[in-house]
Design a protein around this ligand. Structure first.
Ligand code: IPM
Ligand code: MN
Length: 345
């Protein structure tokens, strides 16, 4: 359709600043009429009213085509309150089981790695991080807190259903890419129950994708490969926590979290998908126009792709690539980067 009905959650810290630039680029590139509804969620609302995500707001969010989110998190809100009550709640309730995180080293972007040596053919992979299970479900508890006998458990939940749908999505993505290669990252030498479930799932779903080659890496070894031989990865599939960790490393080796985009995707479209930069709210630089909006702009490209607007998505990616290739060392403000990219689409 020629109408995009977008929910916008700027959130905390630099969130609103980078989201403004993402929207600027969206308006510049899209032939669609964009309707945006801003939702005041995050630290400010919590401080003012104690509200995190009222049910009525969640119901409203459900009605939009997609959600663009800046960042959630604030040093003056107790750890976990907003993360669990807002971000993870949306990921779980909207069934964002594919947390898609591309890692591409663009031309002109400096990596901390000696890329000519460790990745002469470049770095270009994508992580399918399972988004609704693992140790993120809040399944655990504590006993005798504050005593020497304190005990805490944090149970990782892995269902065949949950692993299988993430794995199948990852295979389909691998199938559509030139190298057709899928790596499962886990830790089956220690986490045997879940590890076995994931391995078997990859083996069995793999039978449906005979053209896709598969590999396995323990998560600790995978962090070495990501630094010493990142070119080996094409599509990675992994659980929620391993995926959280390896995608920060993936961002670091491809130019930093200022460039890392993500999509929390509900492939069946039973609820809106949510697109957000991988970085957080960066309260230390909030309000100073120092944040790089590129990750948010690339997240807008993922949003367009998800809404079936592949041409517009590619134009955003190309504009970002051109901007990155032309970037010198002169510092630019958040708005200047957004303007430059919007000017190129
Ligand atoms: C991310 C973040 C979140 C996560 C936090 C803020 C809950 O680190 O999006 O990677 O762990 O998923
Ligand atoms: Mn993270």
């Amino acid at each position: 359709s020629d109408f995009i009905d977008l929910a916008v959650i700027g959130g905390d810290g630099i969130g609103p600043e980078v989201v403004a630039e993402g929207l600027k680029v969206l308006e510049a590139v899209s032939a669609a009429k964009v309707s945006r509804t801003e939702y005041d969620l995050g630290a400010r609302r919590w401080h003012a009213s104690g509200e995190i995500l009222p049910e009525s707001v969640e119901d409203e969010l459900r009605g939009h085509d997609a959600i663009l989110l800046g960042a959630i998190g604030d040093p003056f809100v107790p750890s976990g309150v907003l993360e669990r009550g807002l971000l993870l709640k949306l990921r779980f309730d909207f069934d964002h089981y594919v947390n898609l995180r591309p890692a591409t080293l663009f031309t002109g972007v400096r990596s901390p790695l000696d890329v000519a040596r460790v990745a002469p053919d470049g770095i270009d992979f994508v992580v399918v991080r399972e988004g609704t299970e693992g140790p993120y479900t809040g399944n655990g508890g504590a006993l005798r807190v504050g005593t020497p006998a304190e005990l805490a458990t944090e149970v990782s939940v892995n269902t065949r259903f949950g692993a299988e749908r993430a794995v199948r999505d990852a295979f389909a993505r691998a199938q559509a890419r030139p190298r057709k290669h899928l790596t499962l990252i886990h830790k089956h030498n220690v986490l045997s129950y879940a590890g076995h479930l994931w391995r078997r799932t990859v083996e069995e779903v793999g039978a449906e994708f005979p053209e896709v080659s598969t590999a396995y890496a323990h998560v600790d070894a995978a962090t070495i490969y990501m630094v010493t031989d990142p070119g080996r990865f094409d599509v990675i599939v992994t659980d929620n926590l391993f995926g959280d960790i390896v995608t920060d490393l993936a961002a670091a080796v491809t130019g930093g979290i200022g460039l890392a985009a993500s999509g929390n995707i509900n492939p069946e479209r039973t609820a809106p998908s949510m697109f957000e930069p991988v970085h957080g709210s960066a309260p230390d630089i909030a309000g100073q126009a120092k944040a790089d909006p590129t990750a948010t702009i690339l997240s807008v490209a993922m949003l367009l792709e998800h809404l079936g607007r592949g041409d517009e998505a590619r134009r955003v990616q190309e504009a970002v690539a051109a901007d990155l290739a032309a970037r010198g060392d002169a510092p630019r403000s958040t708005t200047q980067i957004g303007d430059a990219i919007a000017g190129r689409v």
